[in-house]
Design a protein around this ligand. Structure first.
Ligand code: HEC
Ligand code: HEC
Length: 518
């Protein structure tokens, strides 16, 4: 089940604390999101896994007990339309969905995204190119699936960050910090959820959505106000859209039939609706959760072996993955250095400005250089390529890195491996694209080794992920895929009908082969 739209959970917001009223006999509820403490029967491996599951405190479905909207809610529906309109791009050529599409697991299937000025604006995934050079956006596009499960921060460096609040509510009672304000300060315009706070930013990025000329030199707020006026058809944006039915859509969704466009079609309300759409993307019904709930046949033997390696600490023969990919969301929401290859234009850091210092960019703490937020591993099989710069094409590549970071990175740059990814195929001079990459990555690897020596890093130097063990962990990671997310018919609820949308400028995505993405 998706979307947290099951009334049982809506009626029981404190469900997370109520282990005692859950069945103890492996009886899986209709949603498969029921946790159990002990399961009768099963092999020795099942018993060992049960101990690890209990030690980790896993419950199964992490959306249990959260207040998350349904995709059928009017605001989420409006948000979906907004998420898919290219009219929020300064040059009317890029939508949020250009880089975050349900058919690509909520990402874009590229190492590095292409926003404005693409060869074919409606072509998504491999085959999408930036007309003015190599991909201009410096970081991999993360999934927007399960956005409502993040409590601490969004972006690879958590620069949209909760300043503290109720856990489990994807909000922040003490406010939300954003790049519009100083570290530690609350942004009074951020809204109540991390999702809506984040949705204020992509439209202000020149490479992602804004373009070079739109409101050039203006403040972020001027960009937002102009876009709101464009959609609301007033002031500076009046007449910018040839067709425009947004005001009626907003009046219906906000249930404000008499509201004036200027008051209703604000950027805050745009961000609110898009945030509700993203928070409706709950994709947590996985074979793994069924296994946790007691269905011992839900995953294969190989996946169980992989799970044991994943959860068992390194000093007990496992790989200790759950020390960072912890809990039912598979993330501690903290930042760590792993030394995944640095490719792309970088964020202006280090030599030539082509490095990306990650979390240290926000905190100014040099010890946090190259630290990135631990990604959730839910639906990870759907979201290749991997890492903050999308350097690794497959899960196998990622695991080879964990096995031997130093050696893996050397091979990566020896072979200019990014050139093997579909995005870079046929790009002239591909091997020469990222001449500083090796140096930057080696500095990150040195930081990793320093932390390991100091005993402050969660990744053990002695893990074994060779051969069968690696294949087993990959098999386990594949059990974290939501059945609806992997099913075009089911996930179509999060894709608007191809009727052009309220302004006739809706993104109608196709793949490289010209077939509609679904
Ligand atoms: C050009 C591609 C592109 C477009 C267009 C785009 N994004 Fe993103 N998105 C990214 C990238 C890249 C990141 C990661 C940036 C970073 O961490 O510094 C990101 C991060 C996010 C995140 C944070 C996810 C997480 O796990 O932390 C959310 C949410 C999101 N985008 C929503 C949106 C919305 C809403 C829009 C439209 C208003 C949008 N994006 C438009 C590429 C894009
Ligand atoms: C020290 C904390 C830590 C440990 C231990 C750890 N990870 Fe990670 N993992 C991260 C961080 C941080 C990233 C992002 C790194 C980057 O992009 O630079 C990541 C990225 C990943 C990715 C790529 C996900 C994506 O969406 O791009 C996968 C897959 C992954 N880890 C699986 C594992 C597995 C399997 C293990 C055990 C062998 C493991 N991790 C151990 C913190 C950790």
């Amino acid at each position: 089940m998706t979307a947290g739209c099951d009334s049982r959970f809506d009626a029981r917001p404190n469900g997370l604390d109520r282990l005692d009223d859950l069945p103890q006999n492996g009886n899986v509820g209709q949603n498969g999101n029921v946790g159990v403490q002990a399961v009768a029967g099963g092999s020795a491996l099942d018993q060992r896994l049960r101990d690890l599951i209990n030690a980790e405190g896993l419950r199964g479905d992490p959306s249990l007990g959260r207040q998350l909207p349904s995709i059928n809610d009017p605001l989420a529906q409006l948000g979906m339309r907004l998420f898919f309109t290219k009219s929020l791009g300064g040059d009317n050529d890029t939508a949020c969905a250009s880089c975050h599409h349900p058919a690509f697991g909520g990402g874009d299937a590229l190492a590095l995204p292409v926003g404005t000025h693409a060869n074919v604006p409606d072509l998504l995934g491999p085959g999408r190119h930036f007309l003015d050079g190599p991909p201009p956006v410096p970081r991999n596009s993360p999934t927007v699936f399960n956005l409502g499960l993040w409590d601490r921060g969004l972006f690879w460096d958590s620069r949209v960050e909760s300043l503290g609040g109720e856990p489990g509510q994807n909000g922040a009672a003490s406010g939300i910090r954003t790049p519009d304000v100083a570290l530690g300060a609350a942004d009074i315009d951020a809204g109540e959820t991390l999702a809506e706070a984040q949705a204020r930013f992509p439209v202000t990025s020149v490479e992602e959505m804004r373009g070079v000329t739109f409101e050039a030199g203006s403040s972020n707020n001027a960009v937002r106000s102009h876009l709101a006026a464009r959609l609301g058809n007033f002031g500076v944006g009046q007449g910018e859209l040839p067709t425009n039915a947004w005001v009626a859509e907003f009046r219906a969704a906000f249930n404000e039939p008499a509201a004036r466009a200027e008051e209703l079609v604000t950027y805050s309300n745009i961000a609110l609706a898009m945030g509700e759409y993203e928070r409706s993307m709950t994709f947590t019904t996985t074979p793994w959760n069924r296994y946790v709930a007691g269905d011992l046949g839900a995953i294969s033997e190989q996946a169980k072996q992989g799970a044991e390696i994943f959860f068992r600490p390194a000093n007990q023969g496992g790989a200790g993955c759950a020390s960072c990919h912890s809990g039912d969301t598979f993330t501690d929401e903290q930042h760590h250095v792993l030394g995944f290859p640095q490719i792309g234009p970088g964020k202006g850091d280090g030599n030539n400005g082509t490095d990306d210092f990650g979390r240290a960019r926000e905190t100014g703490n040099a010890d946090e250089r190259w630290h990135f937020r631990t990604p959730s591993l839910l639906n990870v099989a759907l979201t290749a390529p991997y890492g903050h710069a999308g350097a690794y094409a497959s899960l196998n590549d990622v695991l080879a890195h964990y096995n031997n970071p130093d050696g893996r990175v050397d091979n990566y740059f020896d072979d200019a491996e990014w050139c093997d990814q579909p995005q870079f195929q046929g790009v002239a001079g591909c091997e020469q694209l990222y001449p500083d990459g090796r140096q930057h990555t080696n500095r990150a690897i040195n930081q990793l080794e320093r932390e390991q020596q100091a005993g402050t890093h969660n990744l053990s130097r002695r893990i074994n992920l060779n051969g069968n063990r690696r294949a087993a962990v990959v098999a386990f990671l594949r059990t974290l895929t939501d059945e609806c997310a992997a099913d075009p018919t089911c996930r179509s609820a999060w894709i608007p009908p191809t009727d052009g949308g309220p302004d006739g400028n809706q993104l109608v995505p196709t793949g490289q082969d010209g077939a509609p993405l679904q």
